[in-house]
Design a binder for this molecule. Structure first.
Ligand code: ADP
Length: 460
């Protein structure tokens, strides 16, 4: 952890020092419950809570605080800095610390695969360089600056995932982090409800291009590539990756194995190597290609990339395969949107061949007026791909269930079970499943589909 000084904070935020102490801090916290000795607390106002209400608690361990409201009395021995806007100040501090270092910053965005691609990039780069990444998915206007405040003087490269659900958000995250390298994994319909159109989703993702030296993009994603053709003013280097189309970085001879995928990684003009990925799904081959492309441009060799990708073992709740009581459970409960559901269901069918294939799907959120159309399309896809049992959880997935069973879908309709929420599905799931089944559990974060996983794995 870097040492932060009061002077740094004042310079970065323009804040007013209310106490006399000149201290150093071991880090930054925004959570009074988790703050460590020696850290400085930023009192952030969120939708539900106001950090100022927890100031006294935070200062039990914390050495100081950045506040927007002057406290009535100043706590002894603690540093208090008053600013206009505490969130803005956290972002300003993150930007200040980033600009002090002339090191590459890789930003990863896209509708799907951000966390996985970020983790793969980290896995590769950290073999050679001291690398900072954002933990988990601390990828928004609060989590990203918080991650950057951990920048250590010895860090040589940073990799950050950037999430968004409104236009202008990626631009703002780029203003804070000033990335040199950007990766766009793909563009699908995630968050289309909030942005209003698929084109608006694309434009919001393409905000990342502004100011990049190197952009890494998915050449198999037509919608993304068409958007890029219209972005004529990008002056950096564009590196493409693909499985099907010609690209700078390609995967050839992709073969699904029992434990993941094997493929020949080819980097145009620089040879190739066979990669043995230990995570399932063609989508993870794409994530690996994106990670290969950007890390190669940062000086990693093909052999280093091959070895690091082979050692990547996945991330919890992202297509995690678990065996229990003769049932193969795929825990993909972290999140869902139309394109990730389609890709996961296809992989489920491939993995489950031989036994019954069971899709347990929860509602996909944030689609608003596109919701019914997108859920019904999932219903048709379920029967077309040959899923045997469809357990639909939530009001919108119940519509998908109706569609999967309708004659319009053409194919053999799956056996359908519908539940209104994860709790009721959890109570009934073991009556549906039997040994030999392969089961995918997936839904939007707020559907808490992991409860159903517990219903399966806790059963004796
Ligand atoms: P994000 O950070 O963008 O939400 P994650 O890496 O956390 O993405 O992956 C979440 C889920 O999205 C995975 O479990 C998988 O179902 C799906 N997914 C991952 N990568 C891709 C991809 N490249 N294309 C489509 N779906 C993907």
């Amino acid at each position: 952890m870097a040492i932060l000084t009061v002077e740094d904070i004042i310079e970065a935020t323009g804040g007013e020092l209310l106490s006399e102490d000149s201290k150093t801090f071991s880090g930054v916290s925004i959570d009074s419950r988790k703050i460590s000795e020696g850290e400085v607390f930023f009192a952030i106002r969120g939708d539900k809570f106001d950090g100022h209400d927890f100031l006294t608690n935070a200062l039990v361990k914390g050495s100081g605080a950045i506040v927007g409201i002057r406290p009535e009395s100043l706590p002894a021995g603690k540093v208090i800095i008053c600013v206009n806007d505490t969130l803005r100040s956290l972002q300003d501090l993150a930007h200040f610390l980033r600009m002090r270092r002339k090191i590459p910053v890789v930003a990863v965005t896209g509708s799907n695969g951000k966390t996985t691609t970020k983790e793969m990039i980290y896995q590769i780069l950290s073999g050679k360089y001291r690398t900072l990444k954002n933990e988990g998915n601390l990828n928004n206007h609060i989590g990203l600056p918080l991650s950057l405040t951990r920048l250590h003087p010895d860090d040589e490269v940073v990799v950050l995932e950037m999430g968004m659900n409104a236009s202008g958000e990626i631009r703002r995250l780029c203003e804070i982090a000033v990335p040199s390298h950007g990766v766009i994994t793909n563009i699908g319909s995630a968050h289309v409800g909030m942005l209003g159109s698929y084109e608006a989703v694309r434009a919001a993702k393409l905000e990342i291009l502004e100011g990049l030296s190197v952009a890494v993009v998915n050449a198999d994603n037509d919608f993304l590539m068409q958007g890029l053709e219209r972005t004529k003013d990008f002056e950096g280097e564009m590196i493409t990756f693909a499985v099907n189309n010609e690209a700078h970085v390609m995967a050839r001879d992709v073969r699904a194995t029992k434990t993941g995928s094997d493929f020949l990684l080819e980097i145009k003009g620089n040879g190739g190597a066979t990669v043995n990925l230990k995570v399932h799904g063609l989508f993870n081959v794409y994530n690996a290609l994106a990670a290969s492309a950007v890390t190669f441009s940062l000086g990693m060799s093909i052999d280093e990339i091959r070895a690091a990708l082979g050692a990547y073992s996945g991330f919890p709740m992202r297509f995690e395969v678990i065996e229990k009581n003769g049932i193969t459970v795929i825990n993909d409960s972290y999140n869902a949107n139309p394109s990730s559901v389609e890709k996961s269901v296809k992989e489920l069918v491939r993995l489950g061949s031989g036994g019954r294939v069971v899709a347990v799907l929860g509602d996909m959120r944030e689609l608003d007026e596109f919701s019914e159309k997108e859920h019904r399309a999932i219903g048709r896809m379920i029967s077309e791909t040959g899923v045997d049992v469809f357990v639909a959880v939530g009001e919108m997935m119940n519509m998908a269930a109706e569609e999967s069973a309708s004659e319009k879908s053409g194919a053999a309709a799956p056996e359908v079970f519908t539940y209104i929420d994860a709790d009721s599905a959890k109570d009934n799931i073991m009556a549906i499943l039997r040994p030999g089944d392969t089961v995918l559990v997936k839904g939007s974060r707020s559907m808490t589909m992991e409860k159903i996983i517990e219903g399966i794995t806790d059963a004796v």
